[in-house]
Every structure is written in C-alpha cells, then in structure tokens.
Design a protein around this ligand. Structure first.
Ligand SMILES: C[C@H](O)[C@H](O)[C@H]1CNC2=NC(N)=NC(=O)C2=N1
Length: 98
C-alpha cells in the first residue's frame, strides 16, 4: 500500500468533513450522548478494524472519542486509512441515529 501525497489526502478529505490531516495522520473527534453510546461505537469499530487488519490510535474520555489513523509500514497515510475512516463514519452515523 503506497503512501498518498498531501494533495491526494486533502482531496479525499473533502468527502470526510469530520477528518483533518496533520502530523502525518488523519484525525477526527466524535462526541456522543453518553459513555454507553461512545463505547458501543468503539466496540463496533473494533470489529471493523479486525476485519480490515488496520487499527486506530484512539482515546476515549466519557462521551468523546478521538481517533488518529496512519499506516506504520510506510510512515504515512494510505488508502487503508481512508477505508477505515469511511467505515468509522458509517458506524458513528448509525450510533447517532439510535
Ligand atoms: C502485521 C499487521 O498487518 C500490521 O501490524 C498492521 C496492523 N494494524 C495497523 N494499523 C494501522 N493503523 N497501521 C498499520 O500500519 C497497521 N499495521
């Protein structure tokens, strides 16, 4: 999986408005109603990560989830990060609707 150029990353981020690029990774912050909803989303994200064999650097404080994604092998952002970011977006949207 090859490292994407900064220009390519910014172009792809247009479709992911919650995400931004800095420090060699893409980052997003999500706020849920409460800890239960946040942790429920995290559990679902964890299964997706296993399926994709790609894993986030993340922190959770009560109802806030901060996520950073990059690809260690190439020390940059690749399509794998965007695939996981898109899956995370869908899960968070569904969790917010429930
Ligand atoms: C061996 C295994 O494929 C790698 O360690 C995977 C696992 N999960 C990963 N997750 C992320 N975010 N970046 C990686 O480069 C990565 N590599």
């Amino acid at each position: 999986m090859s490292k994407l150029s900064e220009e390519d990353i910014e172009k792809r981020l247009i479709r992911l408005p919650e995400w931004e690029y800095y420090d060699n990774a893409i980052h997003a912050e999500f706020e849920f109603e409460n800890f239960k909803d946040c942790f429920s989303a995290m559990s679902r994200i964890a299964f997706e990560c296993e399926a994709l064999n790609h894993h986030p650097e993340w922190t959770n404080v009560y109802n806030v989830l901060k996520i950073s994604l990059n690809t260690h092998d190439v020390d940059g952002v690749t399509l794998k990060d965007f695939k996981l970011a898109e899956a995370i977006e869908l899960i968070v949207e569904e969790e917010e609707e429930e």
